[in-house]
Write a protein that binds this ligand. Sequence first.
Ligand SMILES: [Zn+2]
Length: 303
Amino acid sequence: MGGQHGVTYRLDPARNRARIQRLGEFRVLGLHQIPQGAEIASAVLVRRESGFYLQVTGYLPKETLAARQKFPHPVGVDLGVRDKLTLSGGLKVDFEVPETPRLNRLQRRLFRTKPGSKNREHLRHLLRREHGRIANRRRDAQNKVLAFLRRYPAVAFQEDFVKGWSASFGRQVHHSGIGGLKARLRNSLATPLPVERFERTTGECSACGEALEVPLSARVVACPRCGRTEDRDLNAARVILRKGLGLSPNQALGVDRSEVTPMEREAAVRILGSNPWVRVSFLGEVGSPALWCREEITHQIGV
Ligand SMILES: [Zn+2]
């Protein structure tokens, strides 16, 4: 859509509505995510398999950007297998975007159609559209997680078998959920601190560096040398932070702080809470690994 904002078209982010000359007014989901005070430069109507999209470009006043302060300390991230992230400060993010009941319904219906029939073609089209919608949600969840991680001055994470994954599971796995996030981490952060994928991170005490035997099923690790007991993933996140910074266990004292600051908490709720499939929990109390309190986040995304 060319033209000038306010003349040939007008966006109303507060009400999630757009008015376009000759087309009239309609609802645009997610428009409320445009920050207040943004000056809209252009809006382009794009057609994709999954529907119509409005691509909006805008400018933010300098003061708004300055308000997006960095957190004062670096962070280590443990990337779980099932769309879970644990941050060394004691914050867990869960961003599983499930397949929809509609997708399953369409797949069952497709299965019952005759090969080459019009009905089958139509269902194929609906399925592609539904896949597109789910992929958008996953991409948005990833974007929110990356936006939050960008607030840290440096982010340590462990390199993974992303290439191997895509070969064995195909592109779907690679671009959705945690696999896609891993692939995007390195290029999305101002200061990525990658830790070699062969480095020991789970089987090591974050406090003293002692090697630990950690069975796959163990949620908590206990160190026989220093006596520290900790949530398995939190321990790994702290080891990753230390190794990412290139420090030895006794150099790292105080770096691997284990408490969520009010600033992090506020930003986590604001940034991550705007996607309904992203959940955040905070470590309830330092030293009590079983105590994670889940904070329910209200979101405004439309139906
Ligand atoms: Zn120890």
